[in-house]
Ligand binder design. Structure first.
Ligand SMILES: [Fe+2]
Length: 578
């Protein structure tokens, strides 16, 4: 749990702290998940660099007496020694407060390896500036408080040993002197020339001592390399990702807090009343927690009239241009009294409708979320939906998603089982993905969920929410002006997209099933993530399939499903034959 908390903390550390506004370099163009993902990559990179620089600085601020105590012994002029417990204690900033003495190791008792005569053959003494990212993160975590410094960290070290296995005893003694507990030890013959062994040693020890241990080991001439690895359950560096639907309470990083206030091109920029309204609605999303019912919004007659205008436009276009799945659910929503021309649906009633059909639910979002957070929620069959209405001055265009776009564009298809599954697959693929992969997934999302076309009885129909809720772009997309290409995730994911005008290229899926198959194949062959995840709808938890026990659980569930399938097939066959 500690490791999970540490990983989450690291994510917070690297999370967006920069507003996605014009003055921060965010382009004042149509907002999209793709641009946002790119901007996020850039900001995360800058923030990360900044955090690491600060940690590096702090690391260099370690009291010089302590550093010298070790560095004096480094350069090969003196025999290598194991720092005794007393030295370790001197080495620690809190040495004076530690009364308990660990028996000191007599230097004379340790058989020292012969030193090379040429000092240049000695190992390199790492300077603080050479500390790895893992060490910087660790140093940063330790520097937060005295308590954080003494927090026990699980860690794994890989040591490259020049000497024989004999020097292992000395290393273990050093770990002991730093009050570390060895929980696992593995050796293997080194594949590297000039090295004898590689050792993997897992230790539990305070963060402060772990950093000191690493420095101390690096000064040993018998070691050619010391690498800090992460704890094997959760990496201290890997991106945190939500494991349970309730973790989505932490996945609401916004692109901008109040877009109309920041963007002069926003239709509501000069309208104080509109900006106040947006703030009020945004508060609902900011205070929303997992399991809460979504508060109602009393939409004004002005907001409702904007809805009516767009709703009637969709009613006009839908029969001819929307895909069959969209038309089917749209009718169901009309039959249930949720889609009406004179009333904006509430998020809560729409959420209940979708839950009944595909298990998708809604969470209120204050605006455009970061691509990583938005995609992550899809993994849990949760769609983060805005609740505000676009500015009344431009009913047919909005530079950002609003609840009219969400309701008329996204909701009908999220209530279709096949499309819901496709959306969830994108979400699952995003968990633990690199920033570059998030950009690719956002691009796939853009060209499918937002602007996708599909084939239907020899004709091209729209299924993308951006098309189905935008009259102009829909007519452009199905005309002969743009190029229509078959959906191929590997190509689609790197296709530059147009955000100033309508797209010059649209991707056409054979069917949702076909799109899902292709997407799955691409994800399993093209993503760097070294693990597989699966969503458990009973617990609303994402399981990382990395243990035999979890695989056995999955196999037993699949066996049960196969049994039901087999029974159903036999019963149906017997009935048909009878
Ligand atoms: Fe959208």
């Amino acid at each position: 749990m500690m490791a999970v908390a540490a990983a989450q903390k690291n994510r917070e550390m690297f999370a967006i702290k920069k507003s996605y506004s014009i003055e921060n370099g965010y382009p004042a163009r149509r907002r999209s998940l793709v641009d946002d993902a790119r901007f996020e990559t850039l900001v995360v990179k800058q923030t990360k660099q900044c955090v690491l620089e600060e940690a590096r600085q702090r690391s260099n601020d370690v009291p010089s007496d302590n550093v010298e105590a070790v560095e004096e012994r480094v350069p090969g002029a003196e025999p290598e020694v194991v720092p005794s417990t007393q030295e370790v204690q001197d080495y620690q900033a809190a040495a004076e407060s530690q009364e308990e003495q660990v028996p000191a190791v007599e230097v004379e008792d340790i058989e020292e390896p012969e030193l090379t005569s040429d000092p240049s053959d000695n190992h390199e003494v790492p300077q603080d500036a050479d500390l790895t990212e893992e060490e910087m993160i660790l140093a940063n975590a330790a520097s937060e408080s005295k308590e954080a410094e003494q927090t026990i960290q699980k860690a794994a070290l890989v040591l490259k040993m020049r000497e024989g296995i004999g020097s292992l005893a000395r290393i273990l003694k050093t770990i002991e002197n730093f009050k570390g507990t060895v929980t696992h030890l593995e050796t293997r013959n080194s594949k590297q020339e000039g090295m004898q062994f590689d050792i993997l040693v897992r230790v539990d020890m305070s963060r402060q001592n772990l950093l000191l241990l690493i420095r101390s080991l690096r000064q040993s001439s018998s070691l050619a390399g010391v690498t800090l690895l992460a704890d094997n359950s959760v990496s201290i560096k890997d991106p945190w990702f939500p494991r349970h639907a309730s973790d989505l309470d932490n996945c609401n990083h916004l692109m901008t807090k109040y877009e109309p206030e920041l963007d002069m091109n926003h239709p509501g920029f000069a309208d104080k009343t509109y900006r106040e309204r947006r703030k009020k609605i945004a508060e609902i999303a900011f205070s929303y927690k997992y399991g809460d019912p979504i508060p109602r919004i009393e939409y004004s007659p002005e907001e409702t009239s904007t809805w009516t205008a767009v709703f009637n436009m969709v009613l006009d276009l839908m029969p001819k241009h929307a895909c069959m799945e969209y038309r089917k659910v749209f009718k169901m929503l009309q039959d249930d009294g949720i889609f009406k021309p004179d009333r904006i649906p509430q998020l809560e009633e729409m959420s209940a409708f979708m839950k009944k059909h595909t298990g998708f639910t809604l969470r209120p979002a204050a605006g455009l979320l970061t691509a990583r957070d938005f995609l992550a929620s899809l993994a849990f069959r949760v769609f983060q939906s805005t609740q505000y209405v676009r500015h009344t001055s431009s009913p047919y265009h909005t530079p950002e998603p609003d609840c009219i776009h969400e309701m008329l564009g996204h909701m009908p298809l999220l209530a279709d089982p096949s499309f819901a599954q496709f959306s969830q697959e994108i979400g699952l693929a995003s968990l633990g993905a690199s920033d570059a992969e998030i950009e690719k997934l956002s691009t796939v999302y853009w060209f499918t969920v937002e602007f996708g076309l599909c084939k239907e009885a020899g004709q091209v129909k729209a299924y993308g929410a951006g098309l189905l809720s935008s009259y102009g772009e829909l007519l452009h997309a199905i005309s002969d002006k743009p190029e229509h290409r078959p959906f191929e995730p590997a190509k689609t994911a790197v296709q530059p997209y147009q955000d100033q005008e309508y797209q010059p290229i649209y991707y056409v899926a054979e069917s949702f099933e076909d799109a899902k198959d292709k997407f799955r194949r691409w994800v399993s062959s093209g993503m760097s993530r070294p693990f597989e995840v699966r969503y458990n709808p009973h617990t609303q938890r994402v399981e990382v399939l990395d243990t035999i026990e979890r695989l056995e659980n999955m196999m037993s569930q699949l066996n049960l499903e196969i049994l039901h399938l087999n029974n159903a097939y036999n019963k149906l066959k017997n009935t048909t034959l009878a």
